[in-house]
Design a protein around this ligand. Structure first.
Ligand SMILES: C[S@@+](CC[C@H](N)C(=O)[O-])C[C@H]1O[C@@H](n2cnc3c(N)ncnc32)[C@H](O)[C@@H]1O
Length: 266
């Protein structure tokens, strides 16, 4: 892969940060299930009438601003990211007055302990090698009794139709090598429990990308898949894949795990 998703681990030093900002903006069009995922993530924050929310790894800040618009009582909704490119884009939007952005790493969150009623983190932890520290930090800044909502892909179970399930497994293993911690999703509940939060629910929703040409532009992943299949001498799968792409029948499925946890009183 000439460009790959792990560039999110250090976006500002990657060859084309603007490309990744555009990918984030286009995501709801490419994979509409992200809207359902975001609604599921937002529900516990809204139901708990949170007035102080941290959006960890906020990227371009679209979701941060959206969330603040739906929380009229919120006093502060803070987006934290370590990329200046992302933060510059985020700060340039028309923003509700409760929203602000801060620069920093989830591995060393620049806020005091117990500050937030809710902490949200979407598609960030699999880009962080030391995700155990990031999870501990997210729990630290949440107040006891507050909610923590995380959503990460289960990169080990990525599947591309119409390749055979066996070849899908080979591909998803290879794909996960490009992430700092691609296989984090199954371990999230245990990580939150270890960090001092009780897991209340775990839900998996498929994020399906139907326009594989579009995705090809983004991650080079379809070419990577072809290479994986060729190395395994499965030219027949390559042929089926290309025919399916031509007929607009191919799709990429990424299972997304959403974990809702509550910080225990210490
Ligand atoms: C895939 S994007 C997700 C952005 C956002 N959550 C969204 O849903 O649009 C990942 C983001 O995590 C940020 N990131 C990666 N590692 C980080 C870290 N250690 N601390 C803070 N942000 C980080 C990247 O800069 C990028 O903006």
């Amino acid at each position: 892969m000439s460009t790959n998703a792990s560039e999110f681990s250090d976006l500002d030093n990657s060859p084309n940060p603007e490309h990744w900002i555009q990918m984030m903006l286009q995501l709801p069009e490419m994979a509409p299930a992200i809207n359902q995922i975001r609604a599921l993530m937002f529900a516990p924050i809204k139901d708990n009438q949170c007035t102080s929310v941290l959006d960890g790894g906020c990227g371009p800040g679209i979701v941060t601003a959206d969330m603040a618009n739906q929380l009229p009582e919120a006093l502060e909704v803070i987006g934290l990211d370590m990329s200046d490119h992302m933060l510059n884009y985020a700060r340039d939007q028309a923003l509700p007055k409760s929203v602000s952005f801060a620069k920093g790493s989830l591995c060393d969150i620049p806020f005091e302990s117990n500050r937030f009623d809710a902490v949200r983190v979407e598609r960030v932890l699999h880009h962080i090698a030391d995700n155990e520290t990031a999870v501990k930090e997210l729990v630290r800044v949440c107040r006891p009794g507050g909610v923590i909502v995380a959503c990460e892909p289960d990169v080990r179970r990525i599947y591309v139709h119409p390749v055979t399930p066996e070849d899908g497994v080979v591909f998803s293993r290879r794909y996960s090598e490009f992430m700092a911690a691609g296989d984090i999703a199954p371990f999230l509940p245990a990580m939150f429990e270890r960090a001092g939060a009780h897991v209340e629910s775990q839900t998996t929703v498929s994020m399906t990308f139907r326009d594989l040409d579009n995705l090809q532009e983004g991650f080079d992943s379809i070419e990577e898949l072809r290479n994986t299949l060729r190395e395994a001498h499965h030219e027949d799968d390559v042929e089926r894949l290309d025919q399916a792409i031509e007929r607009h029948e191919a799709f990429l499925d990424v299972p997304m795990t959403i974990v809702v946890a509550r910080k225990l009183a210490s």
